[in-house]
Unconditional design. Structure first.
Length: 275
């Protein structure tokens, strides 16, 4: 039994590493595309910072916009790099290879998440550089350990949610593209990426209860800005909620992937294009 579990764990790790390698190498293969993907998306964040500065808003509003703009990177990767990935593989005729592979589909999605996370960090670092060296955004003294714990809890919750989206979008078929677009702007609004979440009032509390991005944004702002950023709830509560979301979404994603695999075996149409 222990040998079987060890072999399964090794297969999981090897499959995830192989899928992550493809995504990382593909992201860094084209320098021109890399520059465009790292620099141009941060222009929206710069626009909000300049707007707050022109309006004479308190300085911490600029930091709010920077933190939200950096986290936008990961939400976009969750939607397009995780949620729609299986659908795109289906359209290219490669999805059947994933279902025929002698490894867990969770391993493939975990590799996508790891590769997408590392690739998205470049854009985040560019955003941090703009905030520090161009806009001179001021942060409060913070613990790197607290920052790392909240950040990785947020990423775990977001990317396990992306695994669920991968199953749902694949099941929806041609509606996956429109579903990604539909989820993008409401998430930007409900998560308060560019403004204090408390201004949403009751909507902010509801968003925090259903969208881990809201909790992650609020927790990171409290860690980096201290008392200047009044949060929805204490950081430790938000950290616990993010960990709970990650565990819950993991098991839901595991169930949904098994359901899709059984559906593909029973009906024989899941891997067909335009279905």
């Amino acid at each position: 039994m222990s040998r079987t579990l060890a072999a399964d764990a090794m297969l999981f790790v090897r499959a995830a590493r192989a899928r992550a390698y493809v995504r990382i190498v593909g992201s860094f293969r084209e320098p021109n595309g890399l520059i465009a993907d790292a620099v141009f998306p941060n222009l929206g964040m710069c626009a909000f910072v300049l707007m707050y500065r022109a309006l004479g808003a308190p300085a911490y509003y600029e930091a709010l916009a920077v933190i939200g703009g950096i986290l936008t990177t990961y939400w976009m990767n969750v939607l397009w790099g995780m949620g729609a990935q299986f659908y795109w593989e289906k359209q290219s005729g490669q999805l059947q290879l994933y279902f025929a592979a002698p490894c867990s589909r969770m391993a493939i999605l975990a590799g996508m998440a790891a590769g997408g996370l590392l690739a998205s960090m470049l854009r985040s670092l560019v955003g941090v550089a703009l905030a520090v060296f161009v806009f001179h955004v001021q942060l409060e003294p913070f613990s790197p350990w607290h920052l790392a714990a909240v950040f990785f809890a947020t990423m775990a919750a977001l990317y396990t949610l992306g695994m669920i989206m991968a199953s749902l979008f694949l099941l929806y078929g041609r509606e996956a593209w429109h579903t990604c677009n539909a989820f993008m702007e409401p998430a930007f609004f409900l998560s308060g990426l560019y403004f204090p979440i408390r201004t949403l009032g009751a909507f902010g509390a509801v968003a925090a209860a259903i969208l881990p991005l809201t909790l992650g944004v609020d927790a990171l702002r409290q860690v980096l800005l201290g008392a200047r950023s009044p949060g929805l709830m204490p950081v430790r509560w938000e950290f616990a909620a993010l960990c709970g979301f990650a565990v819950l979404y993991f098991f839901v994603a595991r169930w949904s992937l098994r359901y899709l695999e059984n559906l593909s075996k029973r009906e024989g149409r899941l891997t067909q294009r335009w279905q």
